[in-house]
Design a protein around this ligand. Structure first.
Ligand code: NAD
Length: 352
């Protein structure tokens, strides 16, 4: 066995249907007295429900969370938290809302309690992102790692099927790349394989019946494991490509991950045979990239970058941007092969 470093992070995780009822006790356990509840405008009702459960421990609800955390939203949320005397943030939502909580924590050190309602996994990472003048800056800081996470699958029952599928495949991308990460270790690899298997089972069941409670719990369990992998080891080609495409061409986050993943895995497969075998084993498939492509295709998710707004004339620039930064990846970055990968992802053909 290769020598490795395993670092665990102090986070308290409550998992299960109905665990949201414990939110007030959990805020108290953090030593906080007034929590600002964060959400996006469409999730205001869910946030109000959480504020109701918090009772006198609620400082108020701020519904200004937006994708990619614009600096203006972060500043406004920080000011509201200060004005209301909040000593804790409760983020109810997906990566955008948890990202807003992280922006407050980065500045103030306020503890975050996260209540994830998508499968993106931000709640398990010390990674933050802030966007100013069209440029997204990301960084790592332990202050932004949520102290407590409540995974209550009942809150994800309303996540539309289309979003559930792409969000689930976004989570699977963390695990898939975690299996061949430069700094992977046997424990994160176990989590990755288990996370892939849970989501591989859950997404078709959610597609068939969005109210399937067992499948919703399985998906959230998988998201937890995949998010932990994302927060623990370095991501490679797939995540860098999605970051470039999302940031430079304003493409939607989870959909971009869903489309690019099969192609990025096919690119890396010859250089990462053991990881590719483990991904396939987790999915009960013979061909890992193809299995992920078909998971998207059969369950109504987009499989082509042209479907989500990229223009064919952007492909050369996307390739040049992706080649700019070198980082650990199982297979070296080769411009011609990367350009082919992008073309395949643009056209939506099966991974090759
Ligand atoms: P999101 O948070 O933007 O949510 C998408 C939409 O779905 C929003 O309108 C939201 O209100 C709605 N929604 C969420 N849960 C719902 C539910 N249960 N029912 C009904 N509607 C619901 O999307 P996301 O994919 O979760 O997050 C994407 C963002 O998170 C990106 O900006 C990405 O960069 C970031 N992210 C960061 C990390 C990290 O570690 N820092 C990890 C993953 C994602």
């Amino acid at each position: 066995m290769k020598p490795f470093v395993y670092e665990s992070r102090a986070q308290r995780v409550l998992f299960g249907a109905g665990t949201l009822a414990q939110v007030a006790a959990e805020v108290e356990a953090l030593g906080a007295r007034k929590a600002l509840v964060l959400c996006t405008p469409p999730q205001r009702a869910q946030a109000e429900q959480v504020a109701g459960l918090l009772g006198e421990r609620a400082a108020g609800v701020f519904d200004g969370a937006v994708m990619h955390v614009p600096m203006a939203a972060a500043r406004e949320a920080r000011a509201v938290a200060q004005r209301l005397g909040a000593d804790c943030a409760v983020a109810v939502g997906g990566g955008s809302t948890i990202g807003l909580g992280k922006a407050i924590a980065l500045d103030s050190g306020l503890p975050i309690l996260a209540v994830p309602t998508t499968y993106a996994g931000s709640e398990m990472t010390p990674i933050y992102g802030l966007t100013e003048e069209g440029v997204k800056r990301t960084g790592r800081d332990l202050r932004v790692l949520p102290r407590t996470v409540i995974y209550d699958p009942q809150l994800s029952l309303g996540l539309p099927v289309g979003l559930s599928v792409v969000s689930g495949i976004n989570a699977m991308a963390h695990a898939a790349e975690g299996l061949y990460a430069d700094d992977a270790n046997p424990v994160t690899q176990l989590m990755a394989e288990e996370g892939l298997a849970a989501l591989g089972r859950a997404l078709p069941a959610i597609h068939a019946d969005s109210g399937n409670r067992q499948a919703r719990a399985d998906a959230l369990y998988g998201a937890w494991l995949c998010g932990t992998v994302l927060g623990s080891v370095a991501m490679a080609l797939h995540h860098k490509l999605c970051h470039t495409l999302g940031g430079s061409f304003n493409l939607p986050h989870a959909e971009t991950h869903t489309i690019v993943l099969p192609h990025a895995l096919a690119y890396n497969a010859p250089a990462a045979p053991a990881a590719t075998t483990r991904i396939a084993r987790a999915l009960g498939a013979a061909d890992a990239p193809l299995a992920l492509y078909e998971l998207a295709l059969r369950h109504g998710a987009p499989v082509a970058l042209r479907q989500i707004g990229l223009r064919e004339e952007d492909l050369d620039r996307a390739c040049a941007l992706a080649m700019q930064n070198q980082y650990p990846n199982p297979r070296p970055l080769e411009a011609a092969a990367l350009r082919r990968l992008l073309q395949n992802a643009y056209d939506g053909v099966p991974p090759a």
